[in-house]
Design a protein around this ligand. Structure first.
Ligand SMILES: [Zn+2]
Length: 340
């Protein structure tokens, strides 16, 4: 089977790989219907995260179940399923509290790399959610978005305590930031400030519910959000980048008593303790427990209430994965869908 493997920064190849097999009785094997490239895949691509050995890539997936282990009871062969990037049992206390990414049995769901034709997923019953039937082809991009970027944007909005009557600011105009705008709208936010300097992304943000666009960044961006909120800052701020600048921009754009939901994977972020202490803001985030939201998100997509698949603005066959990395790196594509 074909699969994408990163050998070094800037060097990703689609090669023939071993067909995955059931290793544990709780595993499932999927035929991947669609996968994609994540902003976080760009960290090793750019050499910011080291690539120490050839690494199968991809952690977002939808597919059809081809095989299940003998202990799998709820997921069946032939199901079309969506899963998240961490496998979880969905039964332990942490899972039951809605934090499946911190499950006591958590493990990577996509160690074999989802940018491939076949994928082994551990803890299938706790990790995968089946759709009501085989989806219409035009729903597949949206279901794929649910496996990470939508679930992550949604969690960010929940972590930022978005709700009716609130003003929300979103730092980051990648797929997660754009889908956090969509989530904020669905969760009833009154005003949604999207921070973006790119025309195409601003348009999608507006389509998803942004009421204001702020193009300034850093301290200027903070000043602009304050200006738009009577000098107070937003009630809820979503951080969807992961850099020092974006994290501080998020904290400083939040009013005292407000909430920051941070989901950008942090790289060398240091929060000055004294500033945090005197800010009076709530901070919550981390790797999104996408599994918590999957049943609800699949339902919204299935009933065509939301259309998160619009973040995919480039579709490539799996064999052209490297072009997809380049397009996302150069920001000529928001998000790339790969067809095995
Ligand atoms: Zn668990």
């Amino acid at each position: 089977m074909r699969g994408a493997v990163m050998y070094a920064p800037g060097d990703i190849r689609v090669i023939d790989r071993d067909v995955p097999t059931i290793l544990e009785p709780t595993d499932a094997i999927l035929r991947v219907s669609a996968a994609c490239i994540c902003g976080s895949d760009l960290w090793p691509w750019r050499g910011i995260d080291p690539v120490t050995s050839p690494t199968p890539m991809g952690h977002e997936y939808v597919g059809v179940v081809e095989q299940v282990g003998r202990d799998v009871t709820t997921i069946r062969v032939g199901d079309f399923v969506v899963g998240s990037f961490f496998a979880s049992d969905n039964t332990c206390e942490i899972c039951q509290a809605g934090y499946q990414t911190h499950c006591v049995h958590r493990q990577p769901a996509t160690a074999g790399g989802a940018q491939s034709e076949l994928l082994r997923v551990p803890l299938a019953d706790g990790t995968l959610v089946a759709t009501p039937a085989m989806p219409e082809p035009d729903l597949i991009p949206s279901l794929l978005a649910a496996s990470d970027v939508l679930g992550t944007g949604w969690f960010a909005a929940v972590a930022a305590d978005v709700g009716p009557g609130k003003t929300v600011a979103v730092v980051g105009d990648g797929a997660v930031g754009l889908l956090a705008v969509l989530a904020a709208k669905q969760l009833g936010a009154e005003r949604i400030i999207a921070m973006s300097r790119h025309g195409d992304r601003q348009m999608l943000a507006r389509e998803y519910g942004a009421t204001d666009i702020v193009t300034e960044r850093g301290d200027d961006g903070v000043a602009r959000v304050k200006e738009l909120t009577g000098g107070l800052g937003a009630h809820s701020v979503i951080e969807a980048v992961g850099t020092q600048e974006s994290m501080m921009q998020a904290i400083r754009s939040t009013r005292p008593g407000g909430h920051v939901g941070y989901v950008g994977v942090t790289h060398d972020v240091q929060i000055p303790g004294e500033e945090l202490f005197f800010s009076g803001v709530h901070l919550h985030g981390g790797p999104a427990p996408v599994r918590r939201f999957l049943p609800e998100l699949i339902d919204l997509i299935w009933n065509r209430v939301i259309d998160p698949g619009k973040v995919f603005d480039l579709t490539l066959p799996l064999d052209r994965t490297a072009e997809g990395y380049t397009a996302m790196d150069k920001r000529t594509a928001i998000k790339v869908l790969l067809q095995p």
